[in-house]
Design a protein around this ligand. Sequence first.
Ligand code: GUN
Length: 294
Amino acid sequence: MGAKVIDGKQIAAEIREELKVEVTGLRERGIVPGLGVILVGADPASESYVKAKKRACGNMGLFSDDHQLSAEATQEDILALVDQMNHDPKINGIWVQLPLPKHIDEAVVLLAIDPDKDVDGFHPINLGKMIVGEEAFLPCTPNGILQLLFRSGVKTSGAHVVVVGRSNIVGKPVANMLLQKKEHANATVTLCHTGTKDLAHFTRQADIIIVAAGRPNTVTADMVKKGVVVIDVGVNRVEDARHERGYRLVGDVDFEAVKEKAAQITPVPGGVGPMTITMLLFNMVESAKRANQV
Ligand code: GUN
């Protein structure tokens, strides 16, 4: 039989339809939400994410202003562009595509973004507000995961969620969001990482597993209990001569085997991926509403 496969594309499309209504309402008042995007270098994965963001903004009727800087751009170049966007009234959201080249201090760049335009939710002010339970822009991939769970009928309240991976982009924020005493959260959370001894000991106790480790087969069938819900955030390229690109995308979970034990599972691609940009669009609408006191 196997698990129900959670259709991220379908859920993302549902949310985008809801947002379209809001964007139409804003446009009727003369408000066009505008996103400023900064990409440094020419990493193919980052380039394709940025292209997808531009397309999504266009389809939604948002304005987007994309800047691609060379991989040799200095921190000052990036900070100058951020400053320009902070002061540009047409821009109400700023997205600096991560990771940045090694010679750039990511924390300094994220700190320079006006917290009121931080639609990525990575500014320490927004992360701090989220942790203490105040209203804030929420990081897009973690917020997308909460939406996937909620819209798939998965109850998080009282559930034991095991998060694998402690990145600032996914693991740390999603763990903190899920432990909030709030709707779509209120879980008991265990955060595992590369320092965890005996990962399987923890994953076997999980009602819900969220894997954002960046390594294929981090979670295999022997590591999960029957009926678990699995959210796979991994996007890994593995060589495959049968594909014309020479590679295929796999997640961090052994999908085919884990699917046989799980109640629900996200595929890669088509699971978490489509949710990140969707939740960015959600934050863009929120930001435009706040800026215009709608
Ligand atoms: N790179 C991968 N995920 C993200 C994200 O959520 N935000 C930004 N800015 N860069 C990313």
